[in-house]
Design a protein around this ligand. Structure first.
Ligand code: BGP
Length: 457
């Protein structure tokens, strides 16, 4: 039997925009998702917009009971900035009451809340001023963060600033999956820089408001795997590592932006606008822990005909499909549990063995009703196998000394997934949208209860 360390965190993650619903009710203002859906509903799978989330706003008490039934001892969700401070200035008391009761319910049930501040949900009022493109966003985020720490700091000890900052940068400014849906490498870098400074400013506020708490950031990282040892492929790997992993890991854990990243951006005329004191602020505000979201490895090769200076990241590295890969056909993502070992060892060997946890890992599958047994339960054995394979690699890394303190799956209830709506399901509980978002435990939920009770499998 594989046993995990004492007090290991067994949990699951979601986000406010994907779970709460009531996206424009109870005083909440629009985020870019609400506006984008209003402007271009056809972009969204089955016309499912952000209002079609899993109704957690209404059902959170039942959800907390359901968490207990599958043995969760910890849970991550986020606060919707647009619910808490709808106009950027005034706190919405209805939101305060909701989040306080939600977090209190979690604590009373023995479930440690980990609360995140930004999960791709940019307020529309700020987007109208340029969103993360403008430096004003840094101060606005710091003010929101401080407010949240003050309002909920007595109930929440562990906080994170951003979920996967690379994703809103790439998807919004390079690949068209998030608003504003443009392709502009230079703006993408500036957006990334302001996101980093917003994170840094929030950590600085946290240290003042809640010095006894712990703050981290959630990153989607793995080391990049090069197609071959040819120098061009290795250069592509280095570029990908710098842009996608080290860009946030180095400043947040080690307190410095890597010199090689600055050189690369300079060569390609992509350096962002900065302020004099930024470097010191970064150095002074490292995180206490890291969350690693891991779904698929990053495989790269040298780009075929790169432009100089680079117009997109595709001029610095190209994606590579490993011929032997195993794939989740619904999501199109490679399944490669070994990378979890590699990222764990990277945290140990290159990032001062900082405490970290797996903050998301999971498998999205379409049309899961195909797997419904006679008793009405979804028999999602594929998901159990997926978790077992990843946990085996994680355990190997812990045995080798990596400081991993927990494992959270994506996700607890089936939830809304951006442009993909409800196509792929990830939850331990099925959500029946046709019947008032009714929840039903899948086989994986039962398995997770055993896992958590035995602290291993
Ligand atoms: C992560 C995000 C989540 C979630 C998950 C699954 O990158 O943090 O918000 O959506 O991926 O991916 P998807 O929903 O695109 O299938």
């Amino acid at each position: 039997m594989i046993k995990f360390p004492e007090h290991f965190m067994w949990g699951a993650a979601t986000s406010a925009p994907q779970s709460e619903g009531y996206s424009l009710s109870y005083g909440k203002s629009a985020s870019t998702w609400d506006k984008w859906f209003e402007m271009q509903p056809d972009k969204f799978n089955s016309n499912q917009g952000p209002d079609t989330a899993s109704d957690t706003y209404r059902l959170y008490r039942e959800d907390v009971e359901n968490m207990q039934k599958i043995g969760l001892n910890s849970f991550r969700t986020s606060i919707a900035w647009t619910r808490l401070i709808p106009d950027g200035k005034h706190v919405n008391q209805v939101a305060v009451d909701f989040y306080r009761d939600y977090f209190k319910c979690l604590r009373d049930a023995g479930i440690t809340p980990i609360i995140n501040l930004f999960h791709f949900d940019m307020p529309w009022w700020l987007m109208e001023k340029g969103g993360w493109e403008t430096r004003e966003s840094v101060e606005a985020f710091a003010c929101y963060a401080k407010t949240a720490f003050e309002l909920f700091g007595d109930l929440v000890d562990r906080w994170t600033t951003f979920n996967e900052p690379i994703v809103h940068i790439e998807c919004g400014y390079l690949t068209g999956y998030h608003y504003p849906d443009i392709v502009d490498f230079k703006k993408a870098v500036q957006v990334g820089y302001h996101t980093l400074m917003a994170h840094t400013a929030a950590v600085a506020e946290f240290k003042k408001v809640k010095p006894d708490g712990q703050i981290g950031i959630i990153l989607n990282i793995t080391p990049a795997y090069a197609k071959s040892d040819a120098p061009e492929d290795l250069a592509a790997k280095q570029n990908a590592d710098l842009l996608l992993a080290k860009s946030f890991l180095d400043p947040t854990v080690l307190g410095v932006i890597p010199g090689a990243l600055v050189t690369l951006l300079k060569q390609h005329e992509l350096l962002p606008k900065t302020k004099k004191d930024d470097r010191q602020l970064i150095a002074d505000n490292c995180v206490d822990f890291i969350g690693v979201n891991y779904y698929q490895p990053l495989r790269v090769q040298a780009p075929e005909k790169p432009q100089f200076p680079a117009q997109t990241p595709g001029d610095l590295y190209a994606n590579y499909i490993w011929p032997e890969r195993k794939i989740n056909p619904y999501r199109g993502w490679e399944i490669y549990p070994e990378a979890l070992y590699d990222v764990a060892m990277m945290m140990k060997n290159e990032y001062r063995n900082i405490p970290w946890y797996v903050s998301e890992n999971g498998m999205g599958v379409a049309d899961e009703e195909r797997f419904m047994g006679e008793d009405g339960q979804i028999q999602d054995d594929y998901r159990i196998e997926f978790m077992q394979a990843h946990l085996t690699q994680l355990h190997r890394a812990i045995e080798a000394g990596s400081s991993c303190f927990g494992y959270h799956t994506w996700t607890f209830n089936d939830c809304w997934s951006w442009l993909n709506g409800y196509r792929n399901r990830y939850g331990f509980y099925r959500v029946d949208l046709a019947h008032g978002a009714k929840r039903a435990m899948k086989k994986s939920g039962r398995w997770y209860r055993e896992l958590s009770a035995n602290n291993g499998f």
